[in-house]
Design a protein around this ligand. Sequence first.
Ligand code: SF4
Length: 188
Amino acid sequence: MGSKDFTSECRRCSLAECRTQVVFGVGSLKANLVLIGEAPDSNEDLEGKPFVGRSGEIVDQMLDAINYDRKKVFITNLCLCRPVNDKGGNRTPTKKEVKACRKRLIKTLHRIGRYGILYGLAASEAVLKVKWPQWGRPVYCEEVGKWFTPVKHPSWYLCGKKKYIPFAITEFIEAIKKMRKLYKLGET
Ligand code: SF4
């Protein structure tokens, strides 16, 4: 699998100290659509798969809305190991941790997918190299040579903002439509 350039023994950054395991990308290597999250949370860290738990349920609803399932897409994270805060909770990866894992992600994005969704600020800024990207607007990434659309991370909707999930799904559908249009693709 493309993302296994970084092995399960990788110790390029300090996240190696707190992970249960390296959470590699999963899905189809021939996928048109790639979904990119920030870093594994506690559920992903334990199960060894990206986007499981409640955030994963939102991602599944988004995929349902375009008649896709997980087998048809490739799903990965900006950092492959779980960042843990001093209370044992999840946290955003630091710049140093992002830098250590970014090269691996860019390599993966070169090999897999024609377009992608970037979930959350950290993944969007790291891939597109822009500050505060506009949610829902496709951006061409010169470095990878593909289009990506930044959207809010599913976990954002779980903090008392569940009522906005239908808007997130609509935004996702629109983002996919816009990127397919840019490539003159049909429902693929
Ligand atoms: S986050 Fe990436 S660079 Fe850091 S230890 Fe894990 S696989 Fe290696």
